[in-house]
Design a protein around this ligand. Structure first.
Ligand SMILES: [Zn+2]
Length: 466
């Protein structure tokens, strides 16, 4: 081979090598961020959009901007599945109840206004479904219908070298964050669940409101009051006296959340953040709609958590819960607190998007916004009447509380929104269960319906590409 020929063959080889290296680095990292609004169904997303933007679907993710995709997502648990024998006995709309394989018949479902309110899921069963891909009965955290523990997505990815975290603005170990890494037949065993979340080497970030020394208005108590969904008295003693309790760096002051969020303070390997508040981050004073200024915002918590998790070279999975909508909807509240809570959630979504653009990319990171279930049957004020059976809330302009009605004090099985941004989870489209045109038309999307058990297999496919 001539000298020139040899030069070119080396050059070609170099090009091929460079190409292979580049192609390999496309998937250098895989991050999946699952944001769950507890109790935030189409109704809550709708009224919050009306209040914030003056439009029914005014947020970028609702408009399909920036590559956002939208599905509806069914949430029912095995407690809501009507057995075959019951089908025979109950004619009519009862036949539209959900089936165990994750489907329902949209043609007959939206006939009776009450159908979606029957046998609704709770947060434990839905968090189990979102974190394991397995349907279970209400009350169970990652235990299946045969009383067997189920591996969670967090456990699956951590085994493969990724990091995982659980962040909430309500009790740190209540059902939704518990679903990330704990296993319990009873969701109410909050302190046991907390112990499992922090002692097993699965999570690198745990955050939530369960500080024993502060009340729900972030005021210091005279005496410590151990919270049900947080550390026991024994654990609290160790957390606050040991330099690193099971490797956890503990923070409680807002400024520390802010410093890790902004990068001013180097992120620790494992971060346990319990802001100085019990219950929820927002103040619970009856008529004052002020937030607790000494408590971090959801944005500050999320960014601090992302900075910790982003130290992992392969990537991470994190569940971030906006947890207070559920309680407000149980109480059928139309107050500013509901809108403040949703606004903090919307602000956080914007901040996460900016974080991804600065610290990662939409090729690497997938962001999902959804809910564990709908709460309150939040529809328009005249719903459940013959002429306006499935009326949706009526916007009254920016900053004005829309006309809305609640039709139950409990949860419902109405599909919830499921928004996805990022190149990840392209495999979601093939998992669509049905197209519910009627429901889609009510809320202004194309009616493609996923089930909450579809997220985990889709996410695993994504993590497995590395
Ligand atoms: Zn609830």
């Amino acid at each position: 081979m001539s000298r020139v020929g040899r030069f070119f063959s080396h050059w070609t080889l170099g090009l091929v090598l460079a190409f292979v290296l580049c192609a390999g680095s496309v998937f250098a990292k895989t991050n999946v961020i699952l944001v769950v609004v507890d109790g935030g169904g189409y109704g809550a997303y709708r009224v919050a959009s009306q209040f914030r933007t003056g439009e029914d679907r005014g947020l970028p993710f609702m408009k399909g901007e920036n590559g956002w995709r939208e599905f509806g997502c069914t949430t029912y648990s095995l407690s809501g599945v009507v057995q075959h024998s019951q089908f025979e006995e109950n004619a009519g709309p009862q036949k539209t109840s959900y089936s165990e394989d994750g489907s329902y018949d949209p043609a007959t479902h939206w006939v009776d206004f009450r159908t979606h309110m029957k046998n609704a899921t709770d947060s434990a069963a839905s968090s189990t479904a979102l974190n394991t891909g397995v349907k279970t009965k209400n009350g169970r955290v990652n235990f299946d219908k045969n009383d067997k523990p189920i591996e969670t997505l967090a456990e699956y990815v951590v085994k493969r070298g990724f990091a995982a975290g659980a962040i909430t603005n309500v009790g740190a170990s209540h059902a939704t964050p518990a679903g990330v890494a704990a296993h319990n037949m009873k969701r109410g065993e909050g302190m046991d669940i907390w112990r499992e979340m922090v002692k097993k080497d699965v999570l690198s970030v745990v955050m939530g409101a369960s500080h024993p020394w502060y009340d729900s208005n972030a005021e210091r108590r005279d005496e410590m009051k151990i919270q049900k969904y947080g550390p026991s008295e024994h654990a609290w003693g160790k957390i606050t006296t040991e330099e690193l309790y099971y490797g956890w760096k503990f923070i409680e002051k807002r400024e520390d959340f802010q410093k890790i969020a902004s990068g001013e303070m180097a992120p620790p390997k494992k971060l346990m953040g319990l802001p100085q508040v019990s219950g929820t981050f927002q103040a619970s004073r009856a008529d004052e709609n002020k937030r607790n200024e000494t408590v971090p915002t959801m944005t500050e918590c999320a960014l601090a958590g992302l900075n910790v998790l982003n130290q992992n070279e392969k990537g991470f999975y994190v569940l971030i819960e906006s947890g207070a909508v559920d309680g407000l909807a149980h109480g059928n509240k139309k107050s500013r607190r509901l809108f403040d809570e949703m606004n903090e959630f919307f602000d956080m979504v914007d901040a996460i998007c900016e974080w991804v653009e600065k610290n990662s990319s939409w090729e690497e990171t997938t962001l999902v916004l959804t809910a564990d279930h709908e709460t309150g049957a939040l529809w328009g004020p005249d719903a459940d009447k013959e002429a306006t059976l499935f009326q949706t809330p009526i916007g009254k302009g920016k900053g004005v509380i829309p006309e809305m009605g609640y039709f139950t004090g409990g949860h419902t099985n109405a599909p919830v929104p499921f928004f996805v941004r990022g190149a990840g989870l392209p495999n979601l489209e093939k998992r669509v269960r049905c197209t519910d045109e009627k429901f889609g038309k009510m809320w202004g999307f194309d009616g493609r319906i996923l089930d909450n058990t579809d997220f985990v297999p889709a996410a695993k496919e994504l993590f497995d590409r590395q």
